[in-house]
Design a protein around this ligand. Structure first.
Ligand SMILES: [Zn+2]
Ligand SMILES: [Zn+2]
Length: 274
């Protein structure tokens, strides 16, 4: 039993941060630079959660940021919770306004991502994903036994549901709080989603600084994915890490000034409401 639990925990971290570090912060937002080996390690973890091919995921996610909570957002709960949760996955094709050849130019030439994309046909890509997942679990079973294979399967099924849930819950203002009230979208920070999603639930912060490798910004906003990226940087595995401060200074503003200003505004707004 202990072996099963340890394996489940380790696969949960690999799958969970495969999405947050690999698919999200690295491929979709280019929040840091790293070797292909480091990139593929995390992207493989994300791929094993049935979330679709890396190009598909990044194209959809970039559109989510571009059109947040408008009619062109692929999964905004403003237009129906069931659709935002799983319904949009069933459409089986890219929405008309999303073309990975235009919006993911940096990914479409990678030979592995190209192969996993199956020529822009999401149903075929999902089928390939399923086959690779089955082969992977059978290999685990043959080499390490059924308990390890089952732990991996359950961890991946659990992690599959986390980003789906995040897409909905972290865009429902009643369920969380905002550090940045001036965001035009409905994004909020939800602490328990951040726990389940390895630090990705600080979604209002993320919409404010989408290019940042760090999403948890306040002292209590623990961000496991950021801590992992920070450790990786110390080990020399990751470079050019983007942070809110460096993004602000690139915009020619004083370090962190806008961040502090926004917080002061939020506090003032709360006081005036009270
Ligand atoms: Zn969002
Ligand atoms: Zn994002």
């Amino acid at each position: 039993m202990a072996e099963f639990l340890v394996a489940f925990f380790l696969f949960y971290l690999w799958n969970g941060m495969g999405i947050t570090i690999g698919y999200h912060r690295l491929l979709s937002h280019r929040a840091f630079k790293c070797s292909k080996a480091y990139e593929y390690f995390w992207v493989a973890g994300g791929y094993m959660t049935y979330q679709g091919s890396p190009i598909w995921w990044s194209a959809i996610h970039r559109a989510h940021h571009r059109y947040s909570d408008t009619a062109l957002d692929p999964h905004s709960p403003r237009f129906g919770i069931a659709h935002a949760l799983y319904g949009w996955l069933m459409e089986g094709k890219y929405p008309q306004h999303i073309d990975p050849n235009l919006q993911c130019k940096d990914l479409v030439d990678d030979p592995i991502y190209k192969l996993l994309e199956c020529g822009g046909r999401p149903p075929m890509a999902s089928l390939l994903n399923l086959v690779i997942n089955i082969v992977f679990r059978c290999t685990l079973w043959a080499v390490f036994g059924w308990q390890i294979a089952l732990a991996s399967l359950l961890a991946s099924l659990f992690v599959f549901n986390v980003p789906q849930m995040l897409n909905v819950l972290c865009h429902m203002p009643k369920l969380g709080y905002k550090n940045f009230a001036n965001n035009k979208d409905d994004s909020v920070n939800v602490w328990w989603v951040a726990v389940l999603a390895c630090g990705e639930g600080w979604h209002n912060n993320h919409h404010k600084f989408p290019g940042s490798a760090q999403s948890g910004l306040r002292k209590f906003e623990f961000d496991l994915s950021w801590e992992t990226i920070r450790l990786s940087e110390k080990l020399g595995l990751v470079t050019d890490v983007h942070l809110p401060d460096s993004i602000e200074s690139k915009l020619g503003r004083r370090k962190g000034a806008l961040l502090r200003l926004e917080r002061i505004r939020v506090i003032r707004q709360k006081r005036s409401v009270a």
